[in-house]
Ligand binder design. Structure first.
Ligand SMILES: Cc1ncc(COP(=O)(O)O)c(C=O)c1O
Length: 367
């Protein structure tokens, strides 16, 4: 197979283009029915009472944290292994991120370490959990810790649209869920976009006001809000994308099963774990390989036309921008995983022969 196998493949089909053109022709470009329709469909997906469309996933996190009243002096527990944007809103609001290491098999926040961190914290307020790569975090013990200590739980579900834990959708498990529609995500809006989900009416009203210049339902500027709206063209594309999400998730899971089947036999490769209570949506298919081989295997795959990614090169506390504000920390598991992780091609269009070919090349590399 000489063709290139891309790491991601974004679907923008005729239906999505015609939705976008329809909005342009209609002339209602912001604050209209398309955003409301996507919000309502997304709330249905997550089984939450409210969904609030916003300009991107980072804004979803920022507005949620702000709407919860979290700010200066508050300790917010964050996982060591996540995207930078899980932590930057915490810092932006003047709160204090407390890094918690991850479970070495699940790659999400380790509940026992969270418990220890909460016990040691002087002003614990909230927990941000990331459903990393599309794998739901181990929520039961995390929610118990939150309950026992009166903490709020913010789910960073930017990589996990439609994933479930105990048969409940991510985004409905904590106080508030935050999603990204960045183009490489499991669904997009044809550009940047995001969504907040919650059952709490006051939080929803606050987030709605904060995304639109702090205006309340009557149009008065009652808060100091900025503009974080999701515009109509994107919402219309997102509405159409959402109708494909369950098929796309099935295709991702099929590709993941095929990878699992082939790669589990290679000693040097560790495949993602599966858990009975969680249903992974494989935003990424990350494998762990020995750190000293990572550069070489990526080069080998590239030479055979196969794209790969690294999520992420650094644990989040290791970024200069974070270190400069918080000081240095050590999270051995997150740091180790970051040194060994490689994300293989994963998207709904990946064919069986393509997955076979990727596995052949990995097998060939280690033989
Ligand atoms: C885990 C995680 N959190 C937050 C974000 C931020 O989302 P956005 O890029 O839409 O601002 C992303 C995606 O980039 C992400 O993967």
């Amino acid at each position: 197979m000489g063709n290139k196998i891309s790491f991601v493949d974004i679907t923008i089909d005729e239906g999505m283009i015609s939705e976008a053109v329809g909005v342009l022709e209609g002339g209602r470009l912001v604050k209209g029915p398309e955003c409301e329709s996507l919000e309502s469909a997304f709330a249905d997906l997550c089984s939450t009472d409210h969904a609030i469309g916003v300009s991107n996933g980072t804004a979803a996190l920022l507005l949620s944290i702000k709407a919860l009243g979290i700010g200066a002096g508050d300790d917010v527990f964050v996982p060591g292994h996540t995207y930078f944007a899980t932590v930057s809103p915490v810092l932006e609001l003047g709160a204090n991120p407390v890094f918690v290491d991850i479970d070495p098999d699940r790659y999400t926040m380790d509940p026992e370490l969270l418990n220890e961190a909460v016990d040691e914290a002087s002003n614990p307020e909230a927990i941000v959990v990331t459903h990393m790569h599309g794998q739901p975090a181990e929520m039961d013990p995390i929610l118990d810790i939150a309950d026992e200590n009166g903490l709020t739980v913010i789910e960073d579900a930017a990589q996990a649209h439609g994933a479930t834990y105990n048969d409940k959708r991510v985004g409905s498990l904590g106080n508030v869920g935050c999603f990204s529609f960045y183009p490489t995500k499991n669904m997009t809006v044809g550009g940047d976009g995001g969504m907040i989900t919650t059952d709490e009416p006051d939080l929803a009203a606050e987030a709605r006001a904060l995304r639109n210049h702090g205006r309340d339902e009557s149009g008065k500027h009652t808060h100091l809000g900025l503009n974080y709206r999701l515009d109509e063209i994107k919402a219309a594309i997102g509405r159409e994308q959402l109708t494909h999400l369950s098929d796309w998730t099935r295709a991702r899971r099929d590709a993941a099963s095929q990878y699992d089947e082939r790669l589990q036999h290679i000693d040097e490769v560790i495949i993602p774990e599966k858990y009975d209570r969680s249903k992974h949506v494989y935003h990424h298919y990350p494998v762990l390989i020995p750190a000293k081989e990572r550069g070489a295997i990526r080069t080998h795959l590239k030479e055979h036309g196969i794209g790969t990614g690294i999520h992420y090169e650094k644990a989040v506390h290791q970024h200069k921008a974070v270190r400069d504000q918080v000081g240095s920390a050590t999270l051995p598991v997150a740091e180790d995983i970051c040194s060994r992780t490689v994300s293989l091609p994963m998207h709904p269009q990946l064919s069986e022969p393509e997955v076979e070919y990727v596995c052949d090349q990995i097998e060939g590399f280690f033989q």
